[in-house]
Design a protein around this ligand. Structure first.
Ligand code: GLY
Ligand code: MN
Ligand code: MN
Length: 462
């Protein structure tokens, strides 16, 4: 955990963003896998962890905005628990670790909230993503679980997003730890990427490295020789010479901060000329959009830097044509890059996405685009020092999308479909880094993971 003062300061800062009432912050419960006692590994709720830090199931945090008092509701263990799990600190001992003095058994929560309702106090809570939490909140508040989302507090969402968006030095250090574990995961994956190896073997090795260094991966690993499928979780293929292997994964630090990295490598360790040409365009898009990342800049504009770099590179190869800026403005590049440049990164790999992407990546100044491709940009707003974002441009040859656009004669002024057809069997390439926005620019976090053609080939040959 961070220091007790860290959590106290965070709760006080959140109170300052709010007018009045109580903030209800349920922690996560254990989640059953295939029967109640056989559970998934426990993962605390990120908001609960940010404000209370306790990595323990079945706690419920409350912050009183009006009188500055915080509470943890939870049960001390009984003898049965001690027999099966060993000695556990009491709830009040645990609560000291996050600067909370008031604790009570879970059985008192219902009456506590009932009193608040009778006293007409405003109760703030954020959207839930787990059935157990939805049922608990609905029960406590006397609301229909199916309608609970209609009662979430926009004020609370706004306050949390404001605080969690700007990472402290200690939080950045956690993300860097997670990137450093990713360094081992990815360099191992690169060395394993030889013809005949099954994708699953590499996934297993990478996941094992994450667990061995603390916690499981920060999201299910995407790893495939069919990298044109953006979020490909099928790992049943055997690697073949001539294919590119997309590896997109990350680790989670002990304090629940994520890394999110992508590297794409040629099976066997040597890029062909054709692979190198497309790879260099993606790398250039990654480098140029990182160079454009600075406080005060709209992240949407960094996205456009990447899009234009890709359109320009593809024009040089004869796959696109016409004016690059016009092509990107029209959305023609999205045949090859049908997603956004990146997203916020923190305790959630798509940080705070559970609070609503529009509340995290957009604001009064900038709203999401409805144009195919850029519509998937999760983060468009103006950057501030302390933001951590991913930078993940790619080029993909998706045969079904190529056929559709070609049949519709879409953007024939910008796309040379005859040339594109020669790349139908190419697959995809994505390169992803984790970037801290600093006072004057930005910094790529963690130990540099090989990404130039030369460095990737050298690592794969080791
Ligand atoms: N982890 C999926 C992504 O890169 O956003
Ligand atoms: Mn990723
Ligand atoms: Mn990402």
């Amino acid at each position: 955990m961070f220091t007790p003062e860290t959590y106290t300061n965070r709760r006080n800062a959140l109170r300052k963003e709010m007018k009045s009432g109580l903030i209800l912050m349920p922690g996560n419960t254990e989640a059953a896998y295939n029967y109640p006692a056989n559970t998934y590994g426990f993962r605390q709720d990120s908001n609960f962890s940010y404000f209370f830090g306790l990595d323990h199931p079945d706690f419920f945090g409350v912050m009183d905005i009006d009188n500055g008092v915080d509470y943890i509701f939870g049960n001390d263990v009984d003898m049965d628990d001690i027999i099966w799990m060993g000695h556990q600190p009491s709830v009040s001992q645990q609560a000291e670790g996050c600067g909370v003095k008031n604790t009570a058994p879970s059985s008192e929560l219902s009456e506590f909230i009932g009193n608040a309702i009778r006293n007409k106090r405003t109760l703030h809570f954020v959207p839930s993503y787990r059935g157990e939490t939805i049922l608990l909140l609905s029960h406590l508040l006397g609301l229909n679980p199916l309608r609970l989302k209609d009662y979430v507090s926009k004020e609370l969402i706004k306050g949390i997003v404001k605080l969690r968006s700007v990472k402290s030095e200690a939080e950045v250090a956690e993300i860097e730890k997670a990137v450093d574990v990713a360094y081992i995961m990815f360099t191992t994956g690169m060395k394993m990427a030889k013809a005949g190896v099954k994708e699953q073997e590499i996934v297993g090795a990478m996941e094992g490295i994450s667990i061995a260094h603390g916690r499981p991966v920060s999201f299910p690993i995407i790893l495939s020789i069919n990298g044109q499928i953006l979020h490909n979780h099928h790992h049943g293929n055997f690697l073949k010479e001539g294919r590119m292997l997309v590896m997109d994964g990350g680790s989670e630090s002990s304090l629940l901060y994520a890394s999110d990295i992508t590297r794409t490598v040629p099976v066997g360790g040597k890029f062909s000329q054709r692979q190198k040409e497309i790879y260099e365009i993606v790398l250039n898009a990654n480098l140029k959009s990182i160079a454009a990342t600075a406080p005060g800049t709209l992240y949407r504009d960094c996205h456009y830097v990447a899009c234009e770099t890709i359109a320009s590179g593809l024009k040089d190869l004869g796959l696109m044509k016409g004016d690059v800026k016009q092509a990107v403005a029209a959305g023609a590049h999205a045949l090859f890059l049908p997603h956004g440049l990146g997203h916020m990164l923190g305790m959630d790999v798509h940080d705070m996405e559970g609070l609503g992407q529009i509340n995290v990546g957009y604001d009064e100044e900038i709203q999401p685009s409805d144009q195919f491709g850029t519509a998937y940009l999760r983060m468009g707003r103006r950057l501030q020092p302390g933001f951590v974002v991913t930078n993940e441009p790619g080029i993909y040859f998706i045969p079904e999308l190529i056929d559709l656009w070609k049949s519709e004669k879409k953007f024939t002024e910008f796309i040379n479909y005859d040339k594109v057809d020669e790349y139908r069997d190419f697959g995809g390439i994505r390169i992803e880094d984790d970037i801290l926005v600093t006072e004057h620019g930005c910094r790529v976090l963690g130990k540099p993971i090989p990404k130039t053609v030369a460095d990737v080939e050298t690592t794969m040959g080791m």
